[in-house]
Write a protein that binds this ligand. Structure first.
Ligand code: PRP
Ligand code: URA
Length: 211
């Protein structure tokens, strides 16, 4: 694992193998989804290292001992639509999490995110909010989503990605230095169409079969 300012790039041989499946243009949707889900479990595990725990008591069949519970509620916020691909694995790891949704679509000419949907639980301010999106490219979608959530009271925000570009990381560090970013892969750069290279193409299209 390497950590730079607010960026953590998770180092794991299973992630390296699965990122290779995701990158491969020959990978079919069902294989893509399985590889993505395996990475999402590891991401959820790494992100959860930030959760504060409080001690509690638990009675085993033999005696009373110390137990632990997670202090704050967790709210997952996938950025539609590709962010949906990460939700199931995170919910399996954090079953009590609530889920908000932010609909953002990148304009193909300007690369600016256009908002089309928002729904989230009310207690954002008391919760650990985890934004889910497989791709952090220009950082426009992540920044707008973060601003949205802050405007509605969120104070502790973590971002979980599969692949990040240096440009998106830099933008988030400048505009939202308080947001911790966890990614499975830091790629080289953006191309002239603002796609991450080498990347995996369009994450939503690859995951949902809409190529
Ligand atoms: C993709 C991706 C991010 C965004 C990243 O979504 O899932 O949300 O682009 O790009 P950015 O960092 O430059 O904003 P897209 O707009 O393609 O929508 P989709 O999830 O519906 O496919
Ligand atoms: N969105 C994607 O799905 N892929 C990219 O490389 C950039 C934005």
């Amino acid at each position: 694992m390497s950590t730079r300012q607010n960026l953590t790039v998770i180092e794991n041989p299973l992630i390296k193998r699965d990122i290779t499946y995701l990158r491969d243009e020959e990978t079919k949707e069902y294989q893509f989804r399985l590889a993505l889900k395996r990475i999402a479990y590891i991401l959820a595990s790494e992100v959860s290292k930030n959760f504060e725990v409080v001690e509690t008591e638990v009675k085993t069949p033999l005696e009373i001992t110390v137990g632990h519970k997670i202090k704050k509620d967790v709210i997952l916020v996938p950025i539609l639509r590709a962010g949906l691909s990460l939700v199931e694995a995170f919910i399996e790891m954090i079953p009590y999490a609530k889920v908000g949704h932010i609909g953002l679509q990148r304009d193909e000419k300007t690369f600016q995110p256009v908002e089309y949907y928002y729904k989230a639980p009310k207690n954002l301010g008391d919760s650990t909010v985890i934004i889910l999106d497989p791709m952090l490219a220009t950082g426009g979608s992540a920044s707008v989503a973060t601003q949205f959530l802050k405007g509605r009271g969120a104070s502790e925000i973590i971002m979980a990605n599969l692949i990040a570009a240096p440009e998106g990381v830099k933008r988030m560090e400048q505009e939202h230095p308080d947001v911790k970013i966890f990614t499975a892969q830091l790629d080289r750069e953006l191309n002239e169409s603002a796609y991450i290279v080498p990347g995996l193409g369009d994450a939503g299209d690859r995951n949902f079969g809409t190529l």
